[in-house]
Design a protein around this ligand. Structure first.
Ligand code: NAP
Length: 281
């Protein structure tokens, strides 16, 4: 049966590997970008612009929906849901987040859960991928801190089961090429083990041959720092909710879903770090 796939977020952490995974599987897919000139042959679609979305989703059977982290993320999801219905999309595979739950008392999982719920309400069959924190945060948000020798985290020394975004992409590709096998499922995607910031710092110290320290920052001090950096209030609220989840030890659970779908263990932090060493040198 025909299965034309559209990858949104194709230029991001997950999306850039997902494109290669889909190529390797011989899938029939297009990519979407909000910037006409950034990706060759991309369908141009902006989550802020419903008309552009409906055009981009036309002729698509299976939609990989990845929404950026913005203040109006819920509205972007509403726009995408309406366009998917109007364009006759048959299945939505949505990149959500671990713990997504519209009744959560934590702001970020609550938002992710509200978005999952509104997609379910479209009546289009869904599959939710709910990843834990990405190891890639060490080469994005933490890159300069690691180069400077100290990783500051509001984690109370607690472990996290971070996942390599390349494994999220590998799972997404398997689901996208065979969506019927995953209708109505929600997968929690974690690494194969939980490790602390101190463990990560030790791995990086050995790999880079220099001393990388880990310092735990109290949650209230992290909020003050984010205010000093003039981060917007909505983002501080979401990041603070994440810090509270991690500090309470709620981000350390390990799920078997990646291994069940891929038939291999998730990548370890040591493998991730070794593959990305050039970022910190
Ligand atoms: N980092 C973590 O630890 C973590 C953990 C769990 C969940 N998440 C969630 O994962 C998502 C981020 O995934 P990622 O890191 O793979 O992405 P990313 O690297 O942040 O890239 C964002 C993607 O969104 C696209 N985009 C941005 N604005 C757009 C718009 N207005 N219309 C259409 N597309 C737009 C960008 O493509 P163009 O610029 O080409 O349009 C880009 O490909 C977020 O929703 C975040 O909440 C992150």
């Amino acid at each position: 049966m025909a299965n034309k796939i559209l990858v949104t977020g194709a230029t991001g952490n997950i999306g850039k590997t997902l494109v290669n995974e889909l190529k390797a599987l011989g899938a029939d897919f297009d990519v979407m970008s909000s910037k006409a000139q950034s990706v060759t042959h991309a369908r141009v679609g902006d989550f802020n612009d419903p008309t552009s979305l409906e055009r981009a989703f036309t002729g698509i059977d299976t939609l990989f929906l990845l929404l950026p982290l913005t203040e109006n993320k819920l509205q972007l999801a509403k726009n995408a849901a309406a366009a998917a219905v109007a364009a006759g999309v048959k299945h939505i595979v949505r990149s959500s987040g671990a713990g997504a739950d519209p009744t959560s008392s934590f702001a970020l999982p609550k938002l992710q859960g509200e978005i999952d719920a509104l997609l379910e309400q479209t009546g289009i069959p869904t599959t939710f991928l709910r990843p834990a924190g990405f190891m890639q945060n060490y080469v994005t948000y933490q890159k300069q801190a690691i180069k400077d020798g100290t990783i500051y985290m509001a984690d109370a020394g607690q472990a996290q089961s971070l996942i390599d975004a390349r494994d999220i992409a590998a799972v997404a590709a398997r689901v996208l090429v065979n969506p019927a096998a995953h209708v109505g499922r929600a997968y929690t995607l974690t690494g194969g083990e939980a490790f602390t910031g101190a463990d990560a710092a030790a791995t990086l110290s050995t790999l880079l041959g220099c001393d990388v320290k880990h310092v735990s920052v109290p949650n209230a001090a992290a909020v003050s720092a984010m205010k000093e950096w003039q981060m917007p209030a909505w983002l501080i609220e979401l990041m603070d909710s994440l810090n509270k989840i991690v500090s309470a030890g709620y981000a350390s659970g390990v799920s078997p879903d990646v291994e069940n779908i891929l038939g291999r263990k998730p990548r370890t932090f040591a493998t991730f770090a070794s593959d990305h060493a050039a970022y910190w040198r």
